[in-house]
Write a protein that binds this ligand. Structure first.
Ligand SMILES: Cc1cc2nc3c(=O)[nH]c(=O)nc-3n(C[C@H](O)[C@H](O)[C@H](O)COP(=O)(O)OP(=O)(O)OC[C@H]3O[C@@H](n4cnc5c(N)ncnc54)[C@H](O)[C@@H]3O)c2cc1C
Length: 381
């Protein structure tokens, strides 16, 4: 029997496991292939929903589901913390001492937030990158009397590169809807000398900000934050004060990757950008945030990559090679207000050109937020 072990039950791990099961349905049913998913909590988070929670567009409970409800019944869910991968022996060591062996491994362990890397961040900044903090930001905004809001990205790479843009535009609309925009300032800071990393998108977003009276500070690489004084300083020597700080903390790959000799200095796995195999490691595929591929760390990236990884896993199980190629496909909506959006669609060769923001694009995103569980996680379409 061949064992396929998937590490991580988030967007990438869940959809890839379901896709592999579908492609190898006969082998799984016949007992020649076993698929196992290891996840720390066994609770699946639809993280794009966290931004919606901030602005009361989704309820917190709508962003989570039990992983066991999303995986096909023939896939075994192992609720445990991965401590180490022994790539030479093809083993995974779990906290508590259990060992799992594999023939093929898929790493989908996402990214980890590290607010402690910026002194003062945890005490001073509101974030929306985890559910409980998204709820806290929602509550802080409900009682915000007006003042200066600073949006800060503490370092690259981070997941959902468009999320800081989205929260900025949504804040602008939110303050207007509460009638306190004229008593408020919004300041957008970003660590590179433009408002967004993709050249065809940055000027479009910059114009939207300028049109809405949003101040831009780039490059701004935050060094320290003083929670008592409500001020932050940057590597470039600038100081900004705030009444409310919305921050995206530094990101790294999962700790066990470093311990396993699989991670680079940021704990991202060096990955072939077409085959999605771990460089120099036999039988290991990587997808989602965990890769070091210089492309958006996004759920849509993980979803498109999962199609390729599933085909390659099925091919290798059947004695072939990993011939399917990931061409760098990404599709992300960008909320440009509370009820309008645009989107970016691109691949390695074709850069995105976001269309004019509209209610229709916002509506498509809203429908996707509901369709996600069947469409992406259960991989039904
Ligand atoms: C606020 C916000 C908004 C976003 N909006 C969008 C959007 O609009 N569009 C979009 O495409 N993307 C968006 N994203 C990004 C998207 O959510 C991530 O890129 C995506 O979840 C990555 O998928 P993944 O499978 O790689 O990792 P994850 O979905 O994070 O899953 C990783 C899983 O691995 C598990 N895990 C990690 N380490 C271990 C371990 N040691 N042992 C056991 N289990 C472990 C974790 O518990 C988790 O379940 C957003 C993210 C945020 C935070």
């Amino acid at each position: 029997m061949k064992r396929v072990v998937v590490l991580g039950g988030g967007i990438g791990g869940t959809t890839v496991a379901n896709r592999i099961r579908r492609l190898l349905a006969n082998e799984v049913a016949g007992g020649q292939v076993q698929i196992q998913v290891v996840d720390r909590e066994g609770i699946h988070a639809y993280q794009p929903g966290f931004l919606m929670v901030v602005f009361d567009k989704m309820r917190p409970e709508e962003t989570k589901q039990a992983e066991s409800h999303l995986l096909h019944r023939s896939i075994e869910l192992v609720k445990a913390e991965v401590e180490k991968v022994d790539a030479a022996q093809k083993k995974v060591l779990l906290k508590g001492g259990r060992e799992m062996t594999y023939d093929l491994l898929v790493i989908a362990s996402g990214s980890v937030l590290h607010p402690e890397l910026v002194p003062g961040f945890s005490e001073a900044a509101h974030t929306f990158y985890d559910l409980s903090n998204a709820e806290k930001l929602r509550d802080a905004l409900r009682s915000f009397p007006g003042g200066r809001i600073v949006v800060n990205v503490a370092g690259l790479p981070y997941k959902c590169p468009v999320a800081p843009l989205e929260v900025t535009f949504m804040l602008d609309d939110f303050l207007r809807s509460r009638g306190i925009r004229d008593k408020s300032e919004i300041h957008y800071t970003y660590p590179i000398p433009k408002v967004f990393g993709i050249d065809t998108v940055a000027p479009v977003m910059q114009k939207l900000m300028v049109d809405r009276g949003i101040s831009i500070h780039v490059p701004f690489n935050v060094q320290t934050i003083d929670p008592a004084k409500k001020s932050m300083t940057s590597l470039e020597g600038d100081t900004l004060t705030f009444d409310l700080l919305v921050g995206i903390p530094p990101h790294r790959g999962a700790d066990f990757l470093q311990a396993s000799g699989l991670g680079d200095k940021g704990n991202w796995v060096p990955t072939d950008r077409y085959a999605l195999t771990a460089d120099g490691k036999e039988g290991i595929f990587v997808l989602g945030d965990a890769t070091n591929i210089p492309i958006s760390k996004a759920g849509s990236t993980a979803d498109y990559e999962a199609e390729v990884v599933a085909q390659n896993v099925a091919s290798v199980v059947r004695g072939g090679g990993p011939t399917a190629r990931y061409e760098g496909r990404v599709y992300c909506w960008i909320m440009t207000g509370l009820t309008q959006a645009t989107y970016i669609k691109f691949d390695y060769l074709h850069p995105p050109h976001p269309p004019t923001p509209s209610f229709a694009h916002y509506w498509n995103k809203t429908i996707y937020n509901r369709a996600y569980w069947d469409m992406t996680a259960r991989a039904m379409f």
